[in-house]
Design a protein around this ligand. Structure first.
Ligand SMILES: Nc1ncnc2c1ncn2[C@@H]1O[C@H](COP(=O)(O)OP(=O)(O)OP(=O)(O)O)[C@@H](O)[C@H]1O
Ligand SMILES: [Mg+2]
Length: 268
């Protein structure tokens, strides 16, 4: 069953057509990786799903409800209801620097879901434990490493009990030695069958974790398939060229740290 259905999505910034008839589906419990060159529209597409961008045309359906239908948005209450079921993790963490880790986690559910202090405390403690940061509840984000900040951001997204998690290059602002710990946490959540859409430059990770890979180029979905298909037998020349470029650029140790040893960099 499609939990997200995107059809002929278009987005322009002035004269620049950033998304050109983008169509794809994400099924319940599926992990989908989106790969593609810089500027191909990956972030714009992800941001459109949670209404951080207004699209110029096309349809987004989430759990059988229209966020936007042929370029016409649902009313604001409906838009809020639909987007609140999706959590997003950004490249630059976006934590509140003046709030402790625990308060960063509890802020949105406290005001949006009006959950009690007791429930919030239990939830935040459990999620911090899950991302390996049980001892950091009272610390300010400035005292954390980049990898720890990103793990807090993941726990914060999970606090809202989303049905779908979106990640926009969650590790590309991190030093290579901190990337593995974040990928490991995402992998763990994937293994619990959370529906996830992950924009990533980590090809080894995409291959390891994704059920399906979508290759975007120049504002279009060029092809999509299993990791096996996309990485071993890409249909399009552009996919092949992109993967060849990436192969030379990915540091091995990141993939190895994330538990992915048999990745594309190992000469396969
Ligand atoms: N607010 C904006 N105003 C004007 N142009 C924009 C805006 N946001 C994005 N763009 C342009 O849209 C295109 C797609 O950008 P987008 O950030 O979606 O690409 P991306 O695939 O995520 O790239 P990267 O891999 O570098 O993150 C780029 O040419 C970018 O310059
Ligand atoms: Mg981007």
């Amino acid at each position: 069953m499609a939990i997200i259905e995107v059809t002929n999505l278009k987005k322009s910034f002035g004269d620049l057509d950033v998304l050109k008839k983008v169509s794809f589906e994400v099924h319940k419990n599926e992990v989908v990786a989106i790969i593609g060159p810089s500027g191909s529209g990956k972030s714009t597409m992800l941001r459109s799903l949670i209404h951080l961008e207004e699209v110029t045309g096309g349809t987004i359906r989430v759990q059988d409800e229209y966020l936007v239908h042929d370029g016409v948005y649902a009313d604001s209450k409906q838009v809020k209801s639909i987007t609140s079921r999706m959590g997003m993790v950004f490249q630059h963490f976006n934590l509140f620097p003046h709030l402790t880790v625990q308060r960063n986690l509890e802020l949105a559910p406290k005001y949006v879901k009006k959950e009690s202090a007791e429930v919030l405390r239990q939830k935040s403690a459990a999620l911090l434990k899950k991302v390996g940061l049980a001892d950091k509840a009272d610390v300010l984000p400035g005292k954390l490493s980049g990898g720890q900040k990103q793990r807090v951001a993941i726990a914060r997204a999970l606090m809202m009990s989303p049905d779908i998690l979106l990640f926009d290059e969650p590790t590309s602002a991190l030093d290579p030695e901190l990337t593995g710990e974040v990928l490991q946490v995402i992998k763990q959540i994937a293994e619990e069958h959370m529906t996830m859409l992950i924009v990533t430059h980590e090809m080894g990770f995409a291959r390891d974790v994704a059920d399906r890979v979508i290759f975007m180029d120049n504002g279009e979905v060029m092809e999509s398939g299993t990791p096996e298909q996309i990485f071993n037998q890409p249909k399009m020349e552009r996919t092949r060229a992109f993967l060849n470029r990436e192969r030379t650029e990915i540091p091995f140790e990141i993939c190895i740290k994330a538990g992915e040893i048999n990745n594309i960099n190992n000469g396969q």
